[in-house]
Unconditional design. Structure first.
Length: 365
């Protein structure tokens, strides 16, 4: 088997490292550059990264369906704008020495030294370029978010999952979304074993029970010798590592698309945070934040804070302080915990972002 064939086979079921690092797309900031002198090339600053092209190629992907929340899809499609079609300069010229007056299109062709016009019938495949428009449709955006969630920094996905256990979002109605993707079961298995499982120590059981209650999982595990008692030990985190990892492998093999769809939804909702009717407008600085309620149905804006503290008269806004070390908002008067702050680095813009989730009011120690 040749090296090209080996690469294709590997990318059909890529590892997590392949997904994160192999031939990823890079957008350069051409306004900022460092000259390398006469003997080396000019270096441009990395602006952002995006999923690799083999995430789209037919020989490294397969057609499949992801069932995504209609609300999450609406948020995703509202982000940015769809690019227009590729534009190519062309002119119509009559053919010489022909009485009929028929002609053909001539296309502008740029070279390093000059600009020429080439007849359509004489263009090579490379000069014809790509038909259609720039990648920016719904399928492209879903693939982009799939790659983003798998390529995010190590603590981002566990924090999203932990927050979803306390503040579950309504997924229904869901929509079947056809898309081409590689088989990402191995990458999802690795991210669960290496990053999610070690991080979710206290809330792991609830998450694992959700995996076990997916359709057909328990009967599928039973066929492989894992009965209900073993599943119970697995959810409590007391199973031996080898057996635990084998169960995770079987769950990912059967339901990796469903797990991936839920993670993508959480990633989308994190960019459009809304908790109990409150929108997070600005948290670029942990010490300077602004919380704004959604307007009521009569479009009358609310001006009060997002929770009332028992230590103050009703309607008075508490003075909230940020505890950076513990990642919480605390009432300065009585030490009531107002909410948790999750921090992560956006995988595209590399900017630090924050999410606030409203907490059950409880006193800190």
């Amino acid at each position: 088997m040749g090296s090209k064939e080996e690469e294709t086979q590997r990318l059909l079921t890529p590892s997590l490292n392949d997904v994160r690092t192999y031939q990823i797309g890079k957008f350069l900031d051409y306004s900022l550059s460092v000259s390398g002198g006469k003997k080396s090339k000019t270096v441009f600053r990395l602006k952002s990264v995006v999923h690799p092209q083999w995430f789209e190629h037919h020989h490294t992907t397969q057609q499949m369906d992801l069932y995504l929340s209609e609300k999450a899809l609406a948020f995703l499609l509202s982000e940015g704008k769809v690019s227009g079609r590729w534009t190519r300069n062309r002119k119509w010229r009559k053919k010489e020495n022909q009485e009929s007056g028929k002609g053909e299109w001539y296309y502008k062709n740029r070279t390093p030294k000059s600009i020429t016009w080439i007849a359509a019938s004489q263009r090579s495949s490379g000069q014809k370029g790509k038909a259609g428009r720039k990648p920016a449709g719904a399928a492209y955006r879903v693939r982009r978010d799939v790659w983003r969630i798998l390529s995010s920094n190590k603590g981002f996905l566990p924090k999203l999952l932990e927050d979803s256990l306390h503040h579950s979002k309504e997924r229904k109605p869901v929509k079947k979304f056809p898309v081409r993707l590689p088989n990402l079961s191995i990458a999802i298995e690795e991210i669960i074993i290496d990053e999610i499982w070690p991080e979710l120590i206290y809330n792991r059981e609830k998450l694992v029970n959700g995996w076990l209650n997916l359709r057909g999982v328990r009967s599928y595990l039973l066929k492989h010798g894992f009965d209900s008692e073993v599943c119970n030990q697995f959810s409590k985190g007391v199973l031996a590592e080898r057996e635990r990892n084998h169960i995770i492998h079987l769950i990912c093999k059967k339901h990796w698309r469903k797990l991936l769809a839920q993670w993508v939804e959480l990633g989308i909702f994190s960019r459009h945070p809304s908790y109990d009717g409150f929108n997070l407008n600005d948290l670029s600085d942990m010490h300077n934040y602004q919380l704004q309620r959604k307007e009521e149905k009569d479009h009358k804006p609310e001006t009060s804070c997002f929770f009332d503290c028992d230590c103050l008269p009703k309607g008075d806004e508490p003075n909230l302080q940020v505890d950076v070390h513990r990642g919480i908002l605390v009432c300065d008067n009585c030490d009531i915990v107002a909410g948790k702050i999750f921090s992560y680095v956006d995988p595209v813009s590399f900017e630090e972002r924050h999410i606030i989730s409203k907490s059950d009011l409880s006193r800190t120690n």
